[in-house]
Design a protein around this ligand. Structure first.
Ligand SMILES: Cc1cc2nc3c(=O)[nH]c(=O)nc-3n(C[C@H](O)[C@H](O)[C@H](O)COP(=O)(O)OP(=O)(O)OC[C@H]3O[C@@H](n4cnc5c(N)ncnc54)[C@H](O)[C@@H]3O)c2cc1C
Ligand code: SF4
Length: 315
């Protein structure tokens, strides 16, 4: 395997143009390296992003905040601008993994973190004992054995990024670049309901930055369910946002194949309480928990209601 360490974005795309196809980007490596250890599909080239300084900065613009994709979770959690302008994002970063992982793991890597399934995220030895599933190139799914390759989604591995729910509430966009094109895509349109392809990023594209517009929400909170308060991925993560107009939005991670986002206008309900009750009942209906971790699916449904109500009680 060859490694490359470009210092600029332009240099990076000169490399990708040369080695077309067989490469992966390495940001902090906290998700990628475990993947490479257990995968049989190893690329010929790894392109390290850590020397590309232009994508490692947090900057304020007239009406938005820009977070470089290579900003680490630790930098995000401790940055004064982030703590002043969107403190819930800093709070969510502090809930990720462990201090050591937060020092290496990046914001871009977190948004692109692979979906989790307890059958797939195992050693090759363990996986060999029950046969490879769709995600590993096999022809079955151990989690939902009735799944056929023609079904959609084929893979029900759950999306697990802790930052994404808050980014959905904040209506953030991703600035994405390939050799000859830069595009901006809303985080709300970025994810796919499939545990294998996961999102709309193309192989030849990198995430340059995350743009957060001036806040529409006067209140944003995130809560996470997990067994161990350090290290564990979210078994369920719920963010709520309340605008000055008292419209409500809810985003959920850790359960479905893609993160969920929904917004509610106060004018469609008789009062605020009725809107909250509706959001809780919709949240419970929308999540499709499978037996994927220590929490029974019915418990996760109860906790969606509990999380939404407890966060809103702080409003
Ligand atoms: C023990 C453990 C516990 C964890 N707990 C949590 C948790 O609680 N919550 C959570 O959300 N995550 C958790 N993680 C996952 C991971 O550590 C974080 O999501 C982290 O932010 C990933 O960032 P990274 O820079 O290390 O990504 P990497 O591993 O470097 O990359 C992840 C993926 O994104 C791609 N990529 C990264 N940056 C870019 C870019 N700029 N452009 C294009 N592609 C890119 C890589 O090619 C790779 O496919 C955990 C991981 C471990 C090992
Ligand atoms: S849900 Fe996806 S990762 Fe899990 S066993 Fe099925 S195909 Fe594999």
């Amino acid at each position: 395997m060859l490694t490359h360490s470009p210092k600029t974005v332009d240099e990076l795309f000169l490399i990708t143009n040369k080695i077309k196809g067989s490469y992966l980007f390495h940001a902090g490596g906290t998700d990628l390296v475990p993947y490479l250890k257990s995968s049989s599909d190893i690329p010929n080239n790894i392109i390290f992003l850590n020397r590309v300084t232009s994508i490692s900065e947090i900057t304020v613009h007239a009406d938005s905040l820009s977070i470089g994709s290579m900003v680490t979770l630790d930098q995000l959690a401790n940055n004064p601008l982030i703590n002043k302008n969107c403190s819930t994002l800093a709070d969510a970063a502090r809930l990720i993994a462990s201090p050591q992982i937060r020092c290496k793991g990046t914001v871009g890597g977190n948004i692109l973190v692979d979906n989790r399934c307890h059958f797939y995220n195992q050693s090759p030895f363990n996986r060999g004992s029950h046969g490879e599933c769709f995600k590993a190139g096999g022809s079955s799914c151990q989690l939902v054995p009735s799944t056929k390759s023609s079904d959609h989604p084929t893979c029900r591995a759950r999306s697990v990024s802790d930052l994404v729910p808050t980014l959905l509430i904040l209506n953030a966009s991703l600035v994405v670049r390939s050799a000859d094109l830069e595009r901006k895509i809303s985080v709300r349109d970025f994810f796919k309901d499939d545990g294998i392809t996961r999102n709309t990023l193309k192989v030849e594209e990198i995430v340059v930055s995350i743009e957060i517009p001036d806040q529409e929400c006067s209140f944003v909170k995130y809560r996470k369910l997990r067994i161990r308060n350090a290290i564990d991925f979210p078994a369920l993560g719920v963010a709520v946002g309340i605008k000055k107009s008292r419209d409500l939005s809810v985003a959920i991670t850790g359960v479905n194949t893609a993160p969920l986002f929904h917004s509610y206008q106060l004018s469609d309900f008789s009062d605020f309480e009725q809107m909250v009750a509706h959001a809780c009942s919709e949240g419970k209906k929308r999540i499709k928990p499978l037996k994927q971790d220590a929490f029974p699916p019915a418990y996760k449904k109860l906790m969606v209601d509990q999380f939404i109500r407890s966060m809103i009680s702080e409003y």
